[in-house]
Design a binder for this molecule. Structure first.
Ligand SMILES: [Zn+2]
Ligand SMILES: [Zn+2]
Length: 255
């Protein structure tokens, strides 16, 4: 399995860095996990985006879904468009979210539903989702809306992407033994929120999750550049002694 990071920024894009999006390739299977603000141009550097096997969305915050709109225009108007519909797996409730978005945005009168370039369905987080050679499973996180961590297994290696989560989600069992863990560390100083309901982790909490789960490589993501990437890595390293990488566009990791 090969992971390619498409962004890595927290909610607002950092200079030159899109938000959340990850390309996962296993054999012939190519899946994008989230497609946040600014990620489509980066995705197109690595793959023919029109031929993706699926897009899977962790939750419907805009920094994780905004480039579904860019992708919609790409699929509808690209000079080499094929008319193929890309499977788009939304979390529960995600189809209603897209419906509201389409209502607000319908402006081109080209007929058909606004998002008809996708084959849209909602995954059942309680059941495995099979996409080509990948099997995806899900676990709920602690965040401000319903959010699902995603575990991808291809028969050889395992990648976990926690998406946005606070420390109380207790994801160590879900992440256990993963070769690569992508988790967020966007919270710099979480004094103002109770631990139980806080929706983002500190770098130390990300490192602690990695240690408790016994993972291989930790990819710190969803970072604000203002807090410093090296500083985040050093803070995570106080709780995790394995390899730590910073999610940046184009970062390629063999899982
Ligand atoms: Zn986010
Ligand atoms: Zn979020």
């Amino acid at each position: 399995m090969i992971l390619t990071v498409l962004g890595g920024s927290a909610a607002g894009g950092n200079p030159g860095q899109p938000c959340s999006g990850y390309l996962v390739v296993s054999d012939e299977t190519r899946v994008a996990l989230d497609l946040g603000s600014g990620t489509l141009p980066e995705l197109r550097r690595h793959v023919d985006a029109a031929t993706l096997d699926a897009i899977v969305i962790s939750h419907v915050h805009l920094d994780h879904v905004l480039d579904l709109l860019a992708m919609r225009y790409f699929l509808a108007y690209s000079p080499d468009r094929t008319g193929r519909r890309i499977p788009l797996w939304m979390p529960p409730g995600g189809m209603a979210f897209l419906g509201r978005l389409a209502l607000a945005l319908q402006d081109d009168g080209d007929g058909g539903p606004y998002f008809s370039c996708f084959a849209i369905a909602e995954y059942d987080p309680a059941a495995p989702l099979h996409i080509g050679s990948l099997t995806l499973t899900f676990a709920p996180t602690v965040h401000y809306i319903d959010t699902w961590a995603i575990r991808a297994f291809d028969g050889r290696s395992t990648l976990v992407y926690t998406a946005d989560t606070g420390p109380a989600a207790d994801l160590a069992a879900f992440c256990a033994g993963a070769d690569v863990l992508i988790t967020e560390a966007s919270n710099d100083a979480p004094d103002h929120e109770p631990w139980e309901t806080r929706g983002h982790q500190t770098p130390e909490e990300a490192g602690n999750l990695a240690t408790r789960a016994g993972i291989g490589t930790l990819v710190l993501s969803h970072l604000w550049s203002q807090f410093g990437f090296d500083r985040a890595a050093h803070r995570a390293a106080t709780a995790f002694t394995g390899q730590i990488l910073i999610a940046r566009p184009g970062l390629r990791v063999e899982v």
